[in-house]
Design a protein around this ligand. Sequence first.
Ligand SMILES: Cc1cc2nc3c(=O)[nH]c(=O)nc-3n(C[C@H](O)[C@H](O)[C@H](O)COP(=O)(O)OP(=O)(O)OC[C@H]3O[C@@H](n4cnc5c(N)ncnc54)[C@H](O)[C@@H]3O)c2cc1C
Length: 597
Amino acid sequence: MTQHHQFDAIIVGAGGAGLMAALHASKATNVAVISKLYPTRSHTGTAQGGIAAALANMEEDHWEWHMYDTVKGGDYLVDQDAAEILARDAIDSIIELEHMGLPFDRTPEGRIEQRRFGGHTAEFGARPVMRACKSADRTGHMILQTLYQNCIKQQVRFFDEFFVVDILVEDNVCRGVVAIEINSGEVHVFHAKATLIAAGGFGRIFSVTSNAHSLTGDPVASAFRRGLPLEDMEFFQFHPTGIYRMGILLSEAARGEGGVFLNDKGERFMERYAPTLKDLAPRDMASRFIYQEVKEGRGIGGKDYVYLDIRPDSINRYKSAPGGRMVTAHELEAKLPDIIEMMRVYMGVEPMTEPVPIQPTAHYAMGGIPTDNDGQVLYDAKTKVVGLYAAGECACVSVHGANRLGTNSLVDLVVFGRRGGKAVAEFCQTADFAPLPPDPEAEIVAELERIRTTEGTERGAIIRDEMQKIMMDNVGVFRTAEMMQAALTKVRELKDRFTLIKIDDKGKRYNTDLLETFELGCLLDLAEVTAAAALRRNESRGAHYRDDYPARDDDNWLKHSLAYRATGSSATVAKGYLRFGERPVVITKFEPKERKY
Ligand SMILES: Cc1cc2nc3c(=O)[nH]c(=O)nc-3n(C[C@H](O)[C@H](O)[C@H](O)COP(=O)(O)OP(=O)(O)OC[C@H]3O[C@@H](n4cnc5c(N)ncnc54)[C@H](O)[C@@H]3O)c2cc1C
């Protein structure tokens, strides 16, 4: 039996973006948050290093410098009006979090302590600056807990462990969502005036990733299946410091505190590539230079990894800590407790006396559901979707352009989560409920039944492995037309095989077999769009680096891409062709220049 609910506003996702939006929307309207995970298990809780804001608590800093770094870090594909909002509003959103009770680290004088992070500079690139506010290396955990507690205090309604399987968009108007209650397998239709998607990233399209198992982008794929565009999907960030082979993240905070990269010769190679910022160059560059060292035979033992060195002796010898000051093991243990623990537990390495093997890991989706600066979803450069909003990693505002700077995602969540929440509340004051289509759940329920009952020959785990491997090998840090075409062909073949999947669990309750297979279908759609958008962009910019087009080409490619499915709307895996549209980049203060660090 389908159950029906009606709320003014529905928020899909209970990470930092969803909770911030819920908190602000719930001040003026009735809101329900739907999350496939228990809220505090959302990936925001794993964010380690920090959240950027030009508070200038440690040294001189200005929001204009933060804005400039964001624009330059994004290789000038950033919409500068959005970057200005990000950098300006970062300051009071940190204060807002502080007032909600977030336990930031403090200076001896009691102000919020800050540290260095990649690509963040003073005086428009002159030197690194301490801009990242933090709670040791558990910043995201503190943000998530604080926001969740405040939502509970405000009596926001939560539907925990409800899995959204379809977004009801018709004629450019969103009417709500369809969800499965995981525990019972029951179908629930949520009818809403406004829906805000805050479903996080989809790093699980790659084999080596820092992203949690749940980061499969289902609502992003649902939006796409329903005919909405996905923007700038060719830009996926590889973070330079994943634990070798496992992909588990070691935060850039390690380098913010003075850690350095070493190659097989014991050389601090980043000095050659980025003489000013060195090891704190942006992630796209650091990842590329690591592979460059590997390609030229200077990986450790000739293999495909290098070292991250946070030994206090090394940091002191290189004078790589902020201000060249001396550090102690005790101090590093206090500032980086979790990542030091991870190095010990997962690698069996003692980071105070040994360097740690690292390798780039798929980390962050710069692309996603296109929105305006208030979170409202765009159908194209001119048309907006009524009643549909998005915020956080699944959205593309675009504030990160072709490459996101470290600590800028957490700011994005709180700044644009808040703006989205306010916009939703305002919309709900005057809007009416748009009518639901007849049998809104019929199509997706039929698809789930098909997956549950097919006696096919294919296994989801095998298709997933093959997709992740080809995406990692062929649409990763270095790309060529040939590689990307091969990936696209393979993903399309996997989509055909997906229709023949057989699952073992035929039950209704807690059928993770079924839901993981549904997630795989979503990943296949997103992998296809990523490969196709990358193949189309004949230039190198930010995280999209092509050996066959190594230069940035502003004359032809200083624009956002919008990918659409070419075959109308449905609730199931998108079969058929893609079509592409474009959107201009908003440039206000900083003309595109060559990126040097
Ligand atoms: C290991 C790691 C460390 C990081 N460190 C930093 C850092 O130090 N600083 C920084 O700025 N950024 C960092 N990032 C990036 C940043 O943490 C993420 O981009 C950000 O937290 C994403 O937040 P979000 O609210 O968009 O989504 P998430 O926190 O990922 O939450 C997604 C939500 O969507 C829900 N959801 C998804 N699909 C469905 C569905 N089908 N139905 C219902 N609900 C659904 C989930 O239940 C979840 O609640 C890090 C990322 C990782 C992986």
